[in-house]
Design a binder for this molecule. Structure first.
Ligand code: PLP
Ligand code: COI
Length: 354
């Protein structure tokens, strides 16, 4: 593990935290006092620095801007009633960042840099972690190519950066989603299974079209047939059909969500029937017609559990049961919240104290 002496620390002269109510800020707009930056060049990881949050001087020729060598993670820290800060499953984000790095031809970030930088940053900025029931500190680790060079080839220099921001709910209300059958998010052999920045850029236009039709998000379908559901927006997708929890099996077109994995673990632990397999639109439509589509929700770090109350498909809307009737997803949402806030036993050992 990296020690403090390996990181050059330049503290802010006066914290900005009193300028905000960290329990009541819009998602992703207000950044905490410090940022962590590690630099890679000459074939190895070099200096690590924590300094006041601010702009990074880089060239407009920086290769990540042109050729998309840019990957990121999303994770959260929580504060318990005693004021102690804990991270939710941070090693899973560390492993996934490096999976993304390999696919995008970028150097892997060593564990001592990822975890050492993260823990040191959180110690300095613990006052920014919200105390409210649904609040958390959203953490954005990212890796970008920094060569000042035109020409399509892997960069030889990179920066690994961590910035954080206090966050409340990503979706303030249950959402309506529309099945997308013209555009797709990911393709076999592509980069859908990693958190490459380009995956998000390509999603914006179809999402804008969905929003113009009155939906908050799309349900992505497979690129070959558009017959199978994959994800919704930036969330993994789950259904309760009858008494079974059903979710698309992981593949190279689906991001292996850490929230998804946690929901499945809690479901299995509670004795619920769980199926991870291909899920066809036909099957979802049949279940809706037969009154078997009891719950639908998206899950992800930013969104936590986002209840889906309407699904637009082939010009019609499936109107789903009210949230108050959804036993499984309301329970799992609450259980995750209690584990994260240190209010119930963490039997899966998910929380890491800062
Ligand atoms: N799918 C996509 C495309 C995402 O961007 C995210 C968010 O990170 C997820 C799923 C959910 O993953 P996680 O639960 O690890 O945040
Ligand atoms: C997350 O859930 O952490 C995401 O990455 C989604 C988003 C804010 C891009």
């Amino acid at each position: 593990m990296i020690t403090t002496s390996d990181i050059k620390i330049n503290k802010i002269a006066k914290s900005r935290v009193t300028d905000y109510d960290v329990n009541d800020v819009p998602f992703g707009k207000c950044f905490s006092d410090h940022m962590f930056v590690a630099e890679y060049f000459d074939g190895k990881w070099q200096t690590s620095t924590i300094s006041p949050y601010g702009d990074v001087p880089q060239s407009y020729a920086m290769s990540s801007l042109h050729y998309g060598q840019a990957i990121f993670e999303g994770m959260k820290a929580y504060k318990n009633d005693k004021g102690e800060v804990s991270l939710f499953r941070p090693l899973e984000n560390f492993k996934r960042l490096n999976k993304s790095a390999i696919r995008m031809c970028m150097p892997e970030v060593p564990e001592e840099i990822f975890m050492g930088g993260l823990l040191e940053l959180l110690k300095l900025d613990s006052a920014w972690v919200p105390t409210s029931d649904s609040g958390s500190l959203y953490i954005r680790p990212f890796l970008i190519a920094t060569d000042e060079a035109i020409g399509v080839k892997p960069s030889e220099s990179y920066k690994f950066i961590i910035i954080t921001c206090p966050a409340g709910k990503y979706y303030s209300e249950p959402i309506k989603v529309i099945v997308e059958t013209d555009y797709f998010r990911a393709v076999h052999g592509g980069v859908g299974f990693v958190k490459a920045a380009g995956n998000y850029g390509r999603s914006l236009y179809p999402t804008k079209l969905a929003q113009q039709k009155g939906y908050q998000q799309v349900i992505w379908t497979d690129s070959a047939t558009h017959h199978f559901v994959e994800e919704s927006g930036t969330m993994n997708l789950m259904f309760v059909l009858g008494d079974t929890l059903l979710t698309p099996a992981l593949s190279d077109t689906i991001l292996a969500g850490i929230t998804r994995d946690s929901v499945l673990a809690l479901a299995r632990d509670s004795g619920m029937k769980v199926e991870e397999r291909k899920v066809s639109l036909l099957e979802v439509a049949e279940a809706y017609k037969n009154g078997q589509l009891n719950e639908a929700f998206g899950c992800g770090t930013a969104a936590t559990i986002a209840q889906i109350v309407g699904i637009g498909f082939e010009g019609k809307d499936f109107v789903l049961p009210p949230v108050a009737d959804r036993k499984f997803s309301t329970k799992v949402d609450e259980t995750l919240r209690l584990i994260r806030k240190g209010k119930v036993e963490d039997k899966f050992n998910w929380m890491l104290k800062v």
